[in-house]
Write a protein that binds this ligand. Structure first.
Ligand SMILES: [Zn+2]
Length: 198
């Protein structure tokens, strides 16, 4: 820890960098393997990028757009978490829509830009449709990460679509954003019941 560092001189600017890979450093403690870096600025205008534990540990002041008030440690954590998540969500949405654009170009089985329109509109897709798209990504050799995509399990109908999937399909969708482990527990129960009735 740098002893000369006077925390009261520094403020959090509200800017967070999502470096995608957890291999970046904190300017204060030299801690490694950070994915998110939080920007702080001194009263002299010096800028540093620090990790989430330093920004809390050093009690850097938080300045919100219109105010500068005291908030609890817990509020700070929540706030940092929320902006980091918002960044990740935004980036994932971009990657998901870009890969859908590629797929629509490449795939003969997809006749128009319906998947892209749908994803832009709802920002999530049901199990059946998403499973179909994952199959087509694979068939067209388009590299994706499943966690770029938001899975819609918000209604009974969507959950039931999930229970109808095959094991490997269900496991594939479990990597999506928005997946709920309770739905997998139900899936297992449903499939057991199916086998017993067969
Ligand atoms: Zn640090």
């Amino acid at each position: 820890m740098n002893k000369k560092f006077i925390t009261s001189d520094w403020k959090f600017t509200g800017v967070v960098y999502d470096q995608k890979k957890a291999m970046h450093r904190c300017d204060l403690c030299k801690g490694k393997n950070l994915r998110y870096q939080y920007e702080i600025v001194s009263s002299l205008g010096e800028v540093k990028r620090v990790g989430s534990s330093c920004i809390l540990k050093f009690q850097v002041k938080f300045s919100f757009p219109n105010s500068d008030f005291l908030i609890t440690e817990q509020d700070k954590r929540k706030y940092l978490h929320r902006i980091a998540k918002r960044l990740t969500d935004r980036e994932n949405f971009k990657l998901a829509t870009q890969s859908l654009e590629k797929l629509i170009q490449a795939d003969d089985k997809i006749e128009d830009d319906f998947p892209l329109k749908q994803y832009r509109k709802k920002q999530k897709l049901g199990p059946k449709f998403l499973n179909f798209l994952f199959w087509r990504f694979k068939a067209n050799n388009i590299q994706i990460e499943r966690n770029w995509f938001n899975l819609d399990l918000s209604t009974k109908k969507r959950k039931e679509e999930f229970y109808d999937l095959l094991d490997f399909q269900a496991l594939g969708l479990a990597k999506c954003n928005g997946f709920q482990s309770s739905v997998m527990e139900e899936y297992i129960k449903h499939n057991k019941a199916k086998q017993e009735n067969a």
